[in-house]
Ligand binder design. Sequence first.
Ligand code: URA
Length: 233
Amino acid sequence: MIKKINTKTIKLIKFYNFINYNLIYNNKAINRYKKDTFHISGDKAEKLEKLKKSILNIKNCELKKSATNVVFSDGNPKAKIMLIGEGPGANEDREGLPFVGRAGALLDKMLASINLDRKNTYITNVVNYRPPENRRPTEEEITKYLPYLKQHIEIINPRILVLLGSTALNAIIGNKIVISKARGQWTEKQFGECKASVIVTFHPAFLMRQPAQKKMAWIDLKMIREKKSKLRI
Ligand code: URA
């Protein structure tokens, strides 16, 4: 009997391996995003490395005390489209990569709807360490990380900058305008040598709470698609 079960199990394992379905035999979380997929060299790589080091060296930061990992970026540093979220959540803190949780899955779907993915975009956040209890970063924290974020934008030098949610809007554009008014329009903004077309849209986590707003986000996504084709990127 035991022999029979074993043979059956082995056949099953072979079958699942054949169809690439080995996750059934492994209850460890699947790391969906490979780290360091893009090996860039030269000036840009050096500048990014230096920036990461200076973020790791930030002193007197409450966020750092409770965080596990720095969450620097994901995607292609050569991309001409850069996205900025708010700050890492629990999954991001664990993996050291932005947007790997549920909001990240929705972000991937949003990107896919306009033929984008993490190979042709670059993603970071306003703050690089997880705010405890997933709270919004404070004004003080945003101010502290803003020079690093601006440097990050300068180094990547995107043609299109997508601000995901009100924290990114406040950090980059200011807090005089609410997201419902700011979204869906292009603004030209200069960051050092970098001149980017900036658009604000809803954060995927907000869209999960307010799915009725997805139709507005779709308008923004189509604007990004049009801009991308106009700029031939
Ligand atoms: N929300 C964000 O703003 N950034 C992340 O990296 C994950 C969730």
